[in-house]
Design a protein around this ligand. Structure first.
Ligand code: 6PG
Length: 247
């Protein structure tokens, strides 16, 4: 798929805390304008550990009053095949850091089921998305937040896995050999229909893969984060100094 979107913007901030603040600010600005223009804000959250502080800030006293949370629809970029109460659950992290502390109607939180069959869970999630996006050909998230692993993966699009080749599905059940587990993940073409995609990347262990993803040769099977190129949307990388060391 050829991207027509803008070239990515890379913003280097002094610390992980500043990355979290900048991400929370983007979230608030985009939520305000989407709610103002279309009456709702559809966001896909990232899992992993990096966005936790962003979520805490959004639910904190300074930010929570700036968004009409009743108009926010929360989705997830990926999920691990664990119960929602498990320490590994992306839903649990987002719920504890943010969702449980905000007045979001429960029906606006669209979680990926981590119990049972991953293929069935992926299908169910895609059905839920297709209903929400009104039968459109692709989902159109207002914002997708993403992290990047030190192997260059994003969402649960891991190097060498089958979901990297998805061209039609919005959601995939992706077998990840090195984790010996399935993950359910949005596919790259679904993410690439978003209006805004923001990566949050912090820490020295991300410096080499970040430089390869942004400046190295295109090799999307080895560095799946390179698949993320919004077709008509914006792409921004919010990174701290440690992760930007080799840029
Ligand atoms: C997940 C993710 C994943 C994550 C990266 C970075 O469920 O693991 O959504 O893509 O964003 O692995 O994780 P950290 O923020 O923990 O480094």
């Amino acid at each position: 798929m050829e991207a027509r979107g803008e070239t990515p913007k890379v913003t280097v901030l002094d610390s992980a805390e500043e990355v979290a603040r900048a991400a929370a600010e983007r979230f608030v600005e985009l939520a305000q304008s989407a709610v103002g223009e279309r009456g709702r804000f559809a966001v896909a959250l990232a899992g992993g550990s990096t966005p936790k502080r962003t979520y805490e800030l959004l639910a904190g006293d300074d930010d929570k009053g700036r968004v009409d949370w009743s108009k926010v629809h929360v989705f997830f970029g990926d999920e691990r095949m664990v119960p929602p109460t498990d320490a590994e659950s992306n839903y649990r992290m987002a719920s504890e850091a943010m969702l449980s502390r905000l007045a979001i109607p429960p029906e606006n939180v669209h979680r990926i089921n981590g119990l049972g069959d991953a293929v069935a869970n992926a299908r169910l999630y895609e059905d839920e998305l297709r209903t929400f996006f009104n039968g459109d050909a692709w989902p159109s998230f207002d914002l997708v937040l993403l992290g990047m692993g030190d192997d260059g993966h994003t969402a649960s699009l891991f190097p060498g896995t089958q979901a990297l080749d998805e061209r039609d599905a919005w959601v995939a059940a992706n077998w990840v050999e090195k984790l010996n587990a399935h993950r359910v993940t949005l596919t790259a073409p679904a993410i690439n229909r978003a209006a805004h995609v923001v990566f949050l990347v912090t820490g020295a262990n991300k410096a080499a893969p970040l430089s390869e993803v942004l400046k190295g040769e295109l090799d999307t099977h080895r560095l799946p984060s390179q698949l993320i190129k919004p077709l008509d949307g914006s792409l921004e990388w919010l990174v701290d100094k440690a992760a930007a060391e080799q840029l």
